[in-house]
Design a protein around this ligand. Structure first.
Ligand code: GAP
Length: 438
């Protein structure tokens, strides 16, 4: 399968099967904005839930937060986002006024406007913060920003969480939430959007321990992706060169994935040094420093940040899972069962046999009561139903047939192997849960 075609196929499947729709589509769309449909919501929630389990359930020293999107404007001044730090280099065509990321043009070796061949302006710094106004008066005093990263809400609440949870460093705070960036060129479907979700975790450490925790978090984070089935050979670390480090970073490495459109970042691991807590102390007047218990010396904790994108991770899981099984003429989304929107689908073998439909309905309802998200399908023939479930990644299909009426067993068909086995209907909840929790 040609890799560029693969992206087109994923975009088409995502829309057709209710994963992802273009934003404001009936008005012609809105660049860099996408909406999640019924299956997409389930799928992305599973991605986020898996991240939450990893951070807050598997570990006991990381606390969850849900801070607001809107904050005082000074937060973004202290963080460096209103100044040169949060900008991308922009070049504009003097003729057709199309705008481009100068670094992207350079990577592609392009000198003239790709749209009309016109002359381009020199690169200038373009700030990515999305502005808004709060309150009834729209003037400079009411100006603030939609958050450009979720992280800043964590620093603003550092002291609150530390006191409320009696936390001692090293400890972490994490959260999932929306972030907004006025990207010059949104691209590659949901890879680069203007409204997106981040899953960020900040680990506060003594400066001398920053390198140890940086390595620890690199390993932890790449394991999360491979545990969820991402192909190892499609993942790699890429350290940032000194001249590409973000304004806050002392060191950074990206986790990159080989998308159909090339190797690109899915997550950043950053050593943010003492930039954030020292700056917020200075700008807010609230002292966010710590005192070393042994030496009595005051210091600002260093921060090791793991910053992942929920949408970007979801796109990566889709791209990694998409496969075409030519022998069996089917498209299969080989999603990890934990991420699949439906864990199972239940079918009556024949839709015109009321006793089968009735029995299948009972099994379907009982299975839903176990907390699993289960689909019902009685359209077309069994082959078509398998095809439809494979395409959305449903790991198991349950068929209720004549034997079910006699011995209360059903067939369970595995998405990847296509093998079938007979399972007692009453055991289905346990059967799926034990497979999900390996
Ligand atoms: N707090 C640090 C930070 O925000 P970043 O490298 O700018 O660092 C972190 O972003 C992650 O957020 C990226 O690895 C990506 O997964 C996601 N992300 C950033 N910009 C995005 C965009 N425009 N669209 C979708 N996801 C984005």
């Amino acid at each position: 399968m040609a890799e560029e075609n693969k992206m087109e196929k994923i975009v088409s499947l995502a829309k057709r099967r209710g994963f992802i729709f273009p934003g404001s589509e009936i008005y012609g769309g809105l660049s860099g904005i996408y909406d999640y449909g019924p299956l997409g919501v389930e799928f992305k929630n599973n991605v986020k839930q898996s991240w939450r389990e990893e951070m807050f359930r598997r570990k006991d020293d990381i606390f969850e937060l849900d801070s607001s999107i809107l904050m005082q404007r000074q937060v973004w001044e202290a963080s460096g986002h209103t100044s040169a730090g949060f900008t991308d280099p922009l070049r504009e065509c003097k003729k057709c006024h199309h705008r481009y990321r100068a670094d992207h043009l350079e990577e592609e070796g392009v000198e003239k406007c790709p749209n009309c061949g016109g002359e381009l302006t020199e690169p200038k710094k373009f700030n990515l913060l999305v502005e808004t106004h709060l309150g009834p008066v729209k003037d400079d005093s009411s100006l603030t920003y939609l958050r450009g990263e979720t992280t800043q809400g964590i620093y603003v609440n550092y002291k609150n969480v530390k006191i409320a949870m009696a936390a001692e460093i090293p400890f972490g705070i994490g959260q999932i939430g929306k972030a907004f960036r006025n990207e010059i060129t949104p691209s590659h479907f949901t890879y680069r959007m203007r409204e997106f979700e981040q899953m960020e975790q900040q680990y506060f450490v003594k400066p001398a321990e920053a390198d140890i925790f940086f390595t620890y978090w690199k390993n932890e984070r790449i394991r999360w992706y491979t545990d969820l089935g991402v192909k190892k050979e499609r993942l790699r670390f890429r350290p940032h060169a000194k001249d590409e480090l973000a304004h806050y970073a002392k060191g950074a490495e990206d986790i990159e994935y080989e998308f159909p459109f090339g190797w690109h970042e899915v997550e950043g691991i950053h050593n943010r040094g003492d930039w954030d807590l020292s700056r917020h102390s200075k700008f807010s007047g609230e002292d966010l420093s710590e005192v070393d218990g042994k030496t009595g010396e005051k210091f600002y904790p260093y921060i090791i940040e793991t910053s992942a994108g929920a949408d970007r991770a979801a796109l990566m899981f889709l791209a990694d899972a998409y496969s075409e099984d030519k022998d069996n003429k089917r498209v299969v989304l080989k999603l990890h069962p934990k991420l699949a929107p439906y864990k199972a689908a239940v079918f009556p073998l024949l839709r015109n046999r009321p006793e089968l439909v009735k029995k299948a309905r009972v099994i379907f309802t009982d299975l839903k009561k176990t907390g699993l998200n289960v689909a019902w399908d009685d359209r077309g023939n069994i082959g078509k139903r398998y095809y439809a479930q494979d395409e959305i990644g449903t790991p198991w299909c349950v068929t209720v047939d004549h034997q079910t009426l006699e011995d209360d067993t059903v067939t369970v068909r595995d998405r990847d192997t296509m093998k079938q086995e007979r399972v007692a209907a009453a055991e289905l909840g346990l059967y799926f849960n034990s497979k999900l929790n390996v």
